[in-house]
Design a protein around this ligand. Structure first.
Ligand code: AGP
Length: 606
C-alpha cells in the first residue's frame, strides 16, 4: 500500500506532488506528506499530517516553492499508528525519505547500529532513513548500496539528500516504482496513475537498481554502478476526468457504469458468435494443453474465481482450484507445466497475487491474467493478459471490476469448452448470446434500485447479519457479504445454507437479519426449506430471487425480484443487487462510502 511520488523539474513542485498524491490516495489515506526543496534557496522542508491529502493541502497552502524537487507519500499504516509523527517523509540528518513496503528486520537494525536515539516515530521507515544517514558520507550510491544490503523485506524507497541539489534517488525490492522523463521534468511514482497526466511513456525501475531523477535526464544503474538503459513502455490508460459525474460517491457511479463496462469487456472478443481472444494474443493451445486450472487472487477478485470454479466444474468437468494468493506459496500447491494458472486482479499490483504468479511460473505453469489496470505489475509478469476494460475503479469497494472479471471468465469457459470439444459451435454461440444479454439485464436491476434502497433500511440497524444460499448463490453471497462488511461495518457472514444447521444457526435470533439468494432453480426447494428454518428462529428474512420463481415466496417474505437469465448467469443481476444493498446501507449510515476505514484500494504489503 502507500502511494509514492518523486519529482524534479520546472513545474511548481508542490502542485505536482499534491495533485499526484490525490491520484494515489486510493493506495492509502490515513496520512500524507511531502518534502520539497526550493532550487533557488536550497531550502528543504517537510509537511506532513495524519488525515487526507486535502488536510495536507491546507497545511502547506501558504508555502511557495518556485521550482525544484520533492517527494511525497500517502500512507496506509503498518508499523506505528496513524499520527503526524508517523507520517512520511522521515528526515534523519541529511536524508529525507519515503517508503512503501515493510522492513521486517527493523528492530535488529536499531539494535545492531544503535539507532534508537535518532528515531522520533514508531515506523520501520524511519529506521531506514537513520541507517542511510549513518552510511552517507557524501556518496549517495555507496550509502544506498550499503543500506539495501542490510534490509530484509519489501521496499520502494525514494530519497533526497540535503547536499545533492535537485536530485531524487530511488531503489526498490518487490514494491513497485515506475518512472519517466517528459517535457516537465523527471518523475517516479508507485503506479502509472500519477504519471498519466504528463505522459503515456514510462519504465519500470528494476529491483535492486538505483535511479536518479534530474530535471533534464534520468540515470539508472545497478548496485555496482553499471549503467542500464531504461526500457520504456507505453500505456493507453485514460484517467477518468469525468469525476463522480453527479453521483455522491464513486461506488454508486461505478455500480451504474456496469452495463457499459460489460459491453466494453466482451465486445471485440466475440466473432461469428464465438468467443475469440486472437486480438489479445491468447492461443487456444493454452486451453487445450492444460490438465488442471488454478485461479489465484485476493478478496473480490478471488470471489470472481469461485464463480468460475463452479462453471468450470459443471461445464468442463476439469480439476480446478481457487487459491487465496496470500496462502498460495505456503501451501505446497500442486503446480506444474500442465497447470493453467489464472491470476485475477483489478489493480494488477496486489503483492500476494504478484508473488504467487512469479512462483507459479517458476514451477513451469503458464499464467493468464485477468487485469483491469493496463501495464500493471501482474500484467507484466504474466504470459498472457486479458484486460477487463472496466475503466478506472476509484471506490475502494470493487464493483464493476468484479462483474467484468466474471464476464471474462464466461468468455474463457466458453472458449475452453469450444476448443476442447465440450461445446459444439451452436452450444457455444447460445452460451455467448446469454452473456450478451447481461448489459440489458443489469439495466433492469439498476432501474429498480429504489426497491433495494427500501430493503437496505431493514438491515441498517443490524450488528450482525447472515447471507445464505446454495451453489452459485453461495459464491455470489461471499462477495455480497464482503461488500456489506467493508462499506457498512456490519458484521456479515455468507454461509452455504445447508451448513447453517451444523453450528451457526445458534447465532440466529430476531436481531440477526438474513439475506437469502435464490437464483438456481434446481436448488430452490432445498433453499426454501433453509429460509424457513431461519425464519422460524425469528430472523427477519430478505430474499433476492429470480423473477420466474418468485411467486413461491411472494407475500410470505420481503422479496427483491431479479430479472431472469439462465441459472449460470444469474450471478450478474444478483451481484448488482447486493452491491446496491451494501452501498445504500453505507450511504444511509453517513459513512465515507468510497474510503472505508482501515482499507486501501491497492494492497501492496503481504
Ligand atoms: C473488495 O471490494 C476489495 N477492494 C478487495 O477485496 C480487492 O478485491 C482485493 O484487495 C484484490 O485487489 P485486486 O483485484 O486489485 O488484486
Amino acid at each position: 500500500m502507500c502511494g509514492i511520488i518523486g519529482y524534479t523539474g520546472s513545474e511548481d513542485v508542490k502542485a505536482v506532488l499534491l495533485d499526484a498524491l490525490e491520484l494515489l490516495e486510493y493506495r492509502g489515506y490515513d496520512s500524507a506528506g511531502v518534502a520539497v526543496r526550493d532550487s533557488g534557496t536550497g531550502e528543504q522542508r517537510v509537511f506532513k499530517c495524519a488525515g487526507r491529502v486535502s488536510d495536507l493541502r491546507m497545511l502547506c497552502a501558504a508555502e511557495k516553492f518556485a521550482s525544484g524537487c520533492g517527494i511525497g507519500h500517502t500512507r496506509w499504516a503498518t508499523h506505528g499508528g496513524v499520527s503526524d509523527r508517523n507520517a512520511h517523509p522521515h528526515q534523519v540528518g541529511r536524508v529525507t525519505l519515503v517508503h512503501n513496503g515493510i522492513i521486517e528486520n527493523y528492530k535488529e537494525l536499531i539494535a545492531d547500529y544503535d539507532l534508537q536515539e535518532e528515531l522520533q516515530s514508531e515506523t520501520d521507515t524511519e529506521v531506514v532513513a537513520a541507517l542511510l544517514n549513518r552510511f552517507y558520507e557524501g556518496e549517495p550510491h555507496e550509502a544506498i548500496k550499503k543500506t539495501v544490503a542490510k534490509l530484509r523485506g519489501t521496499f520502494a524507497l525514494v530519497v533526497m539528500f540535503a547536499d545533492q541539489g535537485d536530485v531524487v534517488y530511488s531503489t526498490r525490492n518487490v514494491s513497485p516504482i515506475v518512472a519517466t522523463l517528459c517535457d516537465e521534468g523527471a518523475m517516479l511514482a508507485s503506479d502509472l496513475t500519477a504519471l498519466c497526466r504528463f505522459t503515456n511513456r514510462y519504465f519500470v525501475v528494476p529491483e535492486y537498481h538505483i535511479l536518479e531523477l534530474h530535471a533534464d535526464h534520468i540515470a539508472l544503474c545497478d548496485l555496482d554502478g553499471k549503467m542500464v538503459e531504461p526500457e520504456y513502455l507505453t500505456v493507453d490508460w485514460e484517467l477518468n476526468s469525468a469525476g463522480k459525474n453527479g453521483y455522491p460517491f464513486y461506488m454508486e457511479k461505478e455500480i451504474m457504469e456496469q452495463p457499459d463496462a460489460i459491453e466494453r469487456t466482451i465486445e471485440g472478443r466475440i466473432r461469428s458468435g464465438l468467443p475469440d481472444f486472437s486480438a489479445d494474443g491468447v492461443p487456444d493451445a493454452l486451453f487445450t494443453d492444460c490438465e488442471r486450472i488454478c485461479i489465484i487472487a485476493c478478496g473480490t477478485a478471488m470471489h470472481a474465481g469461485l464463480v468460475a470454479q463452479a462453471l468450470v466444474k459443471s461445464i468442463l468437468h476439469m480439476h480446478i482450484e481457487v487459491e487465496m494468493a496470500s496462502e498460495f506459496m505456503y501451501s505446497d500447491p500442486v503446480i506444474d507445466e500442465k497447470t493453467l494458472v489464472i491470476a485475477v486482479s483489478q489493480s494488477g499490483e496486489t503483492i500476494d497475487t504478484l508473488e504467487a504468479v512469479k512462483y507459479a511460473r517458476r514451477r513451469g505453469a503458464k499464467c493468464l491474467s485477468i487485469i483491469n489496470v493496463r501495464g500493471s505489475s501482474i500484467a507484466r509478469e504474466s504470459d498472457y493478459v486479458l484486460y477487463t476494460n472496466a475503466g478506472p475503479e476509484i471506490a475502494v469497494a470493487s464493483t464493476k471490476a468484479y462483474t467484468t472479471q466474471l464476464a471474462v471468465f464466461y468468455l474463457i469457459v466458453a472458449r475452453m469448452a469450444y476448443s476442447r470439444g465440450v461445446f459444439s459451435a451452436e452450444e457455444t454461440q447460445s452460451f455467448i448470446r446469454e452473456l450478451q444479454r447481461t448489459p440489458d439485464v443489469m439495466k433492469k436491476i439498476l432501474a429498480k434500485r429504489r426497491d433495494i434502497h427500501v430493503v437496505a433500511k431493514r438491515v441498517l440497524g443490524a450488528k450482525d447479519l447472515f447471507m445464505i444460499g446454495r451453489g452459485l448463490d453461495y459464491s455470489i453471497l461471499l462477495e455480497g457479504s464482503l461488500k456489506l462488511k467493508e462499506v457498512s461495518y456490519i458484521h456479515s457472514e455468507a454461509y452455504a445454507s445447508g451448513e447453517l444447521k451444523h453450528g451457526p444457526i445458534a447465532l440466529i435470533t430476531q436481531d440477526t437479519p438474513v439475506v437469502a439468494s435464490v437464483t438456481q432453480e434446481k436448488l430452490m426447494s432445498k433453499e426454501l426449506s433453509n429460509i424457513k428454518e431461519v425464519r422460524s428462529r425469528g430472523a427477519d428474512v430478505v430474499v433476492f430471487i429470480k423473477e420466474s420463481i418468485a411467486q413461491r415466496l411472494e407475500g410470505e417474505y420481503e422479496v427483491v425480484k431479479l430479472p431472469n437469465m439462465q441459472d449460470e448467469f444469474m450471478v450478474m443481476p444478483a451481484s448488482v443487487a447486493l452491491q446496491l444493498l451494501a452501498y445504500y446501507v453505507s450511504a444511509d449510515k453517513g459513512f465515507d462510502v468510497d474510503k472505508p476505514r482501515n482499507l486501501a484500494k491497492v494492497v501492496t504489503v503481504e
